[in-house]
Design a protein around this ligand. Structure first.
Ligand SMILES: [Ca+2]
Length: 441
């Protein structure tokens, strides 16, 4: 009996590929021999093996995972049951088949210490800014925003091992894989790959289209995810990102939701943690993976990282416990780019007050760039040919103050819906009321 079949019989639990197959290649390579033992043991049929595996999982989690606690372990005829909840115990004892369950299962299986999605409370905030650095980006004006209900948001950018999980289960093919190329900073390429490329982006010559640059091979032929299981997935389009979030039981955040989360309850601050880029006394602590030196060809990496960093690097950036909101990779949002901020409009505020789940649509679009999308059919037509841009937030490891001072919470930029790049990833949001527990029975 396969472990996955066994799981199927218990409360309709949706098995993850990690449970039904031999795990993820990148993880297996990176972590062979240590946390994967539990995975392999669980495939055996013996009741005692199940029970032992459960106990090992408990011990392992207790020893190495500060942010999870085991709320319950039971063994019954032929099975063991492990219930895991947040360390505060608030969700202990609940079980469902939701997205958080899948990610938690991965954590247990592979031992990557990933912070759990966190609840962002309802509240008020001032979004945007009255002191825009890039007025053409419509960073301003500032506007009052209310979050009527709490939501959960990924504490970290979606890492490669999670995306690998999604691909294994869905056989999703990313748009970069379909097109056969994606954009990479030329300095990240091997000499062999770079020698084959003659094109670049006008006005941004460091961006070069690289054949076979995909999430699996971020620098094209000869590159892989070795050592990067916990780095953010890149070379994903908005559609790829939205598909992932749907699979995970959530959706992409709107721009307002993202910025509300990034601000972490602070008002009128440049960054999630405050107004000073470096903190500490003396101020030497880097809080985000950015670019130091001279862009685009001299990265001194004073922050210790040249390209992507693990999604938990640099620690939480704000009081909500969110990592990497600014820096590392840009993050897609579900908000169309319309030349001005759609959200914060009277329509949205009224909807929020009414407790509606409001997101931008052609009915409320008032920006010049979006007026042409005033019917659903036109919007779909534009999306199909990649003619609609969506907002991305947070800046990336390629952002330098002199050229891309967009790692501020109010800053924003855009990409076309079908584009992908070496410095663009995402995170998801979920219904705050969804369970945060996992049951492996
Ligand atoms: Ca850096």
């Amino acid at each position: 009996m396969q472990y996955s079949h066994w799981l199927h019989r218990v409360r309709g639990f949706r098995p993850t590929p990690a449970l039904s197959r031999k795990g993820i290649d990148v993880l297996t390579r990176e972590r062979a021999g240590t946390p994967c033992r539990a995975t392999f043991a669980m495939r055996r049929r013996s009741f005692y093996t199940y029970a032992l595996t459960g106990l090992l999982s408990v011990l392992w989690a207790a020893l190495f995972r500060a942010n999870l606690s085991i709320a319950k372990l039971t063994t019954e005829a032929g099975s063991c049951s492990v219930v895991i909840s947040d360390s505060d115990g608030s969700t202990a004892g609940r079980a469902s088949c939701g997205a958080a369950d899948a990610s938690a299962a991965l954590d247990v299986e592979y031992g990557l210490t990933m912070p759990r999605p966190v609840v962002i409370p309802a509240g008020d905030a001032s979004l945007g800014t009255d002191e825009p650095h890039f007025p053409a980006d419509a960073e301003g004006p500032a506007f009052a925003f209310s979050m009527p209900t709490g939501i959960r948001i990924d504490a970290v950018e979606v890492p490669n091992f999670r995306f690998a999980e999604f691909v294994r289960e869905t056989e999703h093919i990313t748009e970069a894989e379909r097109y056969g190329w994606s954009f990479v900073h030329e300095d990240a390429l091997s000499p062999a790959v770079r020698a084959q490329i003659s094109q670049s982006v006008q006005g941004a010559a460091w961006w070069v289209p690289v054949p076979n640059a995909t999430w699996r091979s971020p620098e094209g032929v000869g590159s892989d995810l070795q050592g990067r299981a916990a780095h953010p997935v890149v070379h994903v389009s908005l559609r790829d990102a939205a598909r992932f979030c749907g699979w995970a039981g959530g959706r992409l955040p709107s721009e307002d939701e993202w910025e509300y989360a990034a601000r972490g309850g602070k008002r009128d601050r440049l960054y999630p943690w405050g107004n000073a880029l470096l903190t500490g006394s003396p101020p030497t602590r880097h809080r985000a993976n950015l670019w130091q030196g001279r862009f685009p060809h001299n990265n001194t990496a004073d922050d210790g990282v040249v390209w992507t960093a693990p999604v938990t690097a640099f620690g939480p950036q704000n009081a909500f416990g969110l990592y990497g909101m600014v820096g590392n990779v840009w993050e897609w949002t579900s908000s169309p780019w319309c030349g001005k901020r759609l959200e914060g409009s009277p329509v949205q505020r009224a909807a929020r007050r009414a407790g509606l789940d409001w997101r931008p649509s052609e009915r409320s679009v008032d920006g010049a760039d979006c007026n042409r999308l005033n019917t659903a059919a036109r919007k779909k037509q534009a999306e199909d040919v990649g003619e609609i841009d969506y907002v991305k937030k947070g800046g990336s490891f390629m952002c330098h103050e002199a050229t891309c001072y967009r790692y501020r919470v109010a800053a924003r930029h855009k990409n076309s819906i079908n584009s992908s790049a070496y410095n663009l990833g995402f995170r998801c949001v979920y219904d705050a009321h969804a369970t945060n527990t996992i049951t492996v029975s």
